[in-house]
Design a protein around this ligand. Structure first.
Ligand code: SF4
Length: 408
């Protein structure tokens, strides 16, 4: 049986490389053209080509979102763009528009076409419709229970991809014109302003519907479906997808490392004990998530799955250093500072080949070999003698004071 794919988001080349190094089987990214999130994209064709080369060298694949719903004026250059993606070795495009799908099949036939979640495919019959149209994979709607996913997988004749982690649209994915109406930015042409996560006061005519001090937002908690992964593997799902192309490299590394270990453990042992699951929850919570919930996996989300009045994940200061080099003979690590920290603090390191290991820093030295009282300049290069094995591209975080792993 083919091992399930771990599919990571990549907002730029740095994050693509981190995702691949930390264990993603494939990454998805949006180019500057024909993609939702096009405003945020840092990938021009040269970057996509470099990303493909890097991914292929590590046995991974690159998927490109070509998922806008184009109007007549948006078509120019589409055919050439798809042919170029095929030429540089992209494995698949993720598309929502039949125009883009058919154009790819006609002019870039080596590209797989994956049907975007924007189509809200909620059953096997819908998936098989796309199979008959020649599509290679269907990304299921996020609004499905585990039971519905299992039933769909039983009857689908096409590989299926499901979301397991990340932000949720409060509307059926993409079927929302809040942003269009409130900002003139078209959510289905790459411009969503996330108006659902703004804070609002609610009125019925002139009458406030709640205390005027309380603000209301339509935001949901992030999805975190770690505990359903053994069932998803059992059901024969092809790919587990993580949302978050706008997230940091640290976030990507934390999630991909954790899900990589979890998936490998399920394949090795057949299942996960409650104790192991708890450890995975704690690791996942070390990324700067919004609070998490299980989305629709067990049915209609309850009020506890919403974030009324709260709208952001916030930035944490936990990621303190990136490991540029490590000398095993001298145990000296060369570090790039990311957030403020002092010598002798307790910290954790994790890396492409290192599972979370706790240690205490000794002295820190600047590039002239002078002992430092505090490392506080972002991107400054420093050195430290460390008491545990490290590796290039590992990341170091402060030990969190409180456990943020609470999920319902
Ligand atoms: S405004 Fe919110 S619900 Fe609407 S498309 Fe954007 S993220 Fe989704």
């Amino acid at each position: 049986m083919k091992k399930i794919e771990l599919l990571a988001p990549a907002g730029d080349l740095e994050r693509l490389k981190i995702a691949v190094l930390y264990g993603a089987d494939a990454v998805y990214l949006g180019g500057k053209q024909f993609s939702l999130r096009s405003r945020a994209s840092n990938f021009d064709l040269a970057d996509i080509a470099e990303g493909v080369k890097f991914a292929q060298a590590h046995g991974a694949h690159v998927h490109v979102t070509v998922n806008m719903l184009p109007h007549e004026e948006d078509m120019e250059g589409l055919k050439e763009y798809l042919m170029e993606l095929e030429r540089i070795g992209v494995t698949a495009i993720i598309a929502a528009s039949p125009t883009i799908m058919m154009c790819a099949k006609q002019y870039a036939p080596k590209l797989e076409v994956h049907v975007s979640t924007q189509h809200s495919s909620t059953n096997a019959s819908a998936a098989n419709y796309w199979k008959r149209k020649g599509m290679d994979r269907v990304v299921l709607a996020r609004e499905l229970t585990l039971k519905e996913i299992q039933e769909t997988a039983k009857h689908a004749q096409v590989p299926l991809e499901v979301f397991i982690h990340g932000g949720m649209c409060i509307s059926y994915s993409g079927r929302c014109v809040l942003s269009n109406n409130m900002t003139g930015r078209d959510a289905n042409r790459g411009g969503c302003a996330q108006s659902c996560r703004w804070k609002y006061r609610l009125y019925e005519k002139e009458r406030p519907l709640h205390d005027e001090q309380d603000l209301f937002s339509m935001s949901s908690k992030d999805l975190m479906a770690a505990r359903f992964i053994p069932d998803l593997i059992q059901a024969g799902i092809a790919s587990l997808k993580i949302e978050g192309r706008m997230k940091s490299a640290y976030y990507i590394a934390t999630l991909i490392k954790t899900y990589r270990l979890l998936i490998d453990e399920v394949y090795e042992k057949g299942n996960l004990s409650e104790e192991r699951l708890l450890w995975y929850y704690q690791e996942l919570a070390k990324a700067e998530n919004r609070p998490t919930a299980i989305g629709f996996y067990e049915g209609q989300p309850l009020p506890q799955a919403q974030l009324y009045g709260v709208n952001g994940a916030g930035v944490t200061q936990e990621f303190i250093a990136y490991v540029l080099a490590y000398d095993a003979d001298t145990q000296i690590a060369t570090l790039e500072v990311r957030n403020n920290f002092k010598p002798f603090i307790e910290a954790e390191v994790f890396g492409p080949h290192i599972t979370t290991t706790r240690f205490t820093f000794a002295e820190l030295y600047d590039k002239d070999g002078k002992a430092m009282e505090v490392a506080k300049t972002p991107m400054q290069i420093i050195t430290a003698k460390v008491p545990c094995v490290m590796e290039k591209d590992a990341m170091i975080r402060k030990v969190m004071k409180k456990d943020r792993s609470a999920i319902y």
